[in-house]
Design a protein. Sequence first.
Length: 146
Amino acid sequence: MATDNHTTIIGNLVDDPELRFTSSGIAVANLREAVTQRIQQDGEWRDGDTSFLKVNVWRGQAEHLADSLGKGDRVMVTGRLRQRSWETPEGDKRSVTEIEADEVGASLKWATAKVERASDRGNGERAQGRERQAERGGDFNDPAPF
């Protein structure tokens, strides 16, 4: 039997999504989401432990996310868990577990939203990505975590 590495989380954005572009012009949005357990104890609900999870969103969805959601917004993320490991220049080993998002959406449990279709960007996507990268400054040179 094959195992499926698929997860869904619902929580609040800790910060505004950070939108960057790879050196080849591909958009990536990084965000942190706080997910708090709800525990029922003695007939009453209370907050449990909070986990802070890093989420990576790629390409057009990354740009839509950065244009649509911000700190404090409640979001639903579905995707795959990914683990990356690297060594610092000082020789220390590091690793991180992240969610590689397939879909990100605003939760409508306590909010409303008006959905607008994004226009297709077609073949100019890479050039537009480079233009946006130059406008915002900064470069995202880390390899994709997959």
